[in-house]
Design a protein around this ligand. Structure first.
Ligand SMILES: [Mg+2]
Length: 387
């Protein structure tokens, strides 16, 4: 079997954008993958076009060798754009190989280690009422892990939707999360994602404004380029960290795992280098008793690839699930007629050969792609801050 074509499709699904990639072969079999570099899909399309002539004619079954060639076959290796492209290609090759061997992808990774994949609900909110209402609804529906994502503007009562002032936010959110813990009790796991919008002292103040035990973890309160900054933060607070959704190789994970900086690995299979690289990060994490808590805001291909990864890894906590309410739609069946389906707060592990996802390519071809930009947040003094 030989690769004959690779086609990138940037698409708009719900309020976001996705880049899905199809690899075709001379056997008629094909595989689907997805890239995780949200908002910069066209840069990844460019990287895939660079890789296309290197892939055509190759044996698609040699996934590990192809990964090495794509990652190391240039002097300036790595980086988020190239690795997002490699991720999509790698996932598509796993889908293809599963179909070729008539087995689900988890069988290619050592077999199934769990019967289903537990998920956490992403709870977005812009008022205390909304936080309580959404959280209680989730708990009633069986979700026992709530990962809170405070809205970036409404929380502050600002009329300007692009304002975010960290100390105003943490004062309010600390009170609201304390109230939520009282409401839902101790059986529910509560984490919060501050989306790299805080500094070290702001994170300290946020945590210290809540009683001990309010939060079970805090996800990426500060930016992740500098592992030393997280080490400094660790001296000030004792809440576990969940870090890693932007990492684009095992080498980026290395200091965070080797030096026990993070307590959960927020791996994104569509950014880290595909299933090939994710399995290596999972092993590194396992040696430090660190569980994977995969990032999964994209669409059904990322979800399916992560379900197979989760099925085959012993060290796993929860998979991120965003399609639990009205806020987002990343799994539109018009694009994805076959896709993983939630069973309460968990995903069953699919036994369909490959990933178990199908794309309506004709429908995808008819769509016109529009670049989606993330909001640009400003502090009260007009300076830039992270979305
Ligand atoms: Mg996050």
């Amino acid at each position: 079997m030989k690769i004959t074509n690779i086609i990138p499709y940037p698409i708009n699904v719900g309020s976001g954008s996705q880049l899905i990639v199809k690899i075709e072969t001379d056997s008629g079999l094909y595989g689907w993958g997805a890239s995780g570099l949200s908002g910069r899909e066209l840069a990844v399309v460019g990287a895939i076009e660079h890789y296309k002539p290197l892939l055509i004619g190759k044996n698609p079954m040699q996934i590990g060798a192809i990964w090495q060639d794509l990652y190391r076959g240039q002097y300036f290796e790595g980086g988020r754009v190239l690795t997002a492209a490699i991720s999509a290609i790698d996932i598509a090759l796993y889908d293809l190989k599963g179909k070729a061997l008539d087995v689900p992808v988890y069988e290619l990774l050592g077999g199934k280690q769990r019967d289903f994949v537990p998920c956490f609900a992403s709870v977005r909110f812009s008022s205390l009422d909304e936080l309580m209402e959404h959280s209680k609804k989730m708990v009633k529906n069986g979700w026992d892990m709530l990962r809170l994502a405070p809205a970036e503007f409404e929380t502050l009562g600002n009329t300007n939707p692009y304002k975010f002032e960290p100390r105003e936010s943490i004062a309010i959110i600390a009170d609201w999360v304390t109230a939520l813990r009282k409401e839902v009790g101790t059986k529910i796991t509560i984490g919060i994602d501050y989306h790299t919008r805080l500094t070290i002292p702001e994170t300290y103040s946020f945590i210290k404004r809540m009683p001990e035990g309010t939060l079970d973890f805090i996800e990426e309160p500060i930016r992740d380029e500098n592992p030393g900054a997280y080490k400094e933060l660790r001296k000030l607070i004792n809440v576990p960290f969940a870090i890693g959704e932007e990492f684009s190789s095992k080498w980026q994970f290395l200091p965070f795992l080797e030096e026990n900086i993070t307590q959960y690995a927020r791996i994104d299979v569509c950014n880290v280098g595909g299933i090939t690289e994710a399995m290596k990060v999972a092993s590194l994490a396992e040696s430090h008793y660190i569980d994977l808590m995969p990032h999964n805001p994209l669409g059904p291909i990322c979800t399916a690839a992560t379900i197979h990864l989760a099925a085959a890894c012993p060290n796993f906590s929860w998979l991120e699930e965003v399609n639990t309410g009205a806020h987002v739609t990343t799994n539109d069946p018009k694009f994805y007629p076959k896709q993983p389906k939630l069973d309460g707060p968990r995903y069953p592990v699919s036994d369909i050969p490959g990933l178990g996802v199908e794309v309506d390519e004709e429908f995808v071809r008819q769509q016109e792609f529009k670049q989606v930009e993330i909001p640009r947040l400003r502090r009260n003094d007009g300076s830039f801050t992270n979305w």
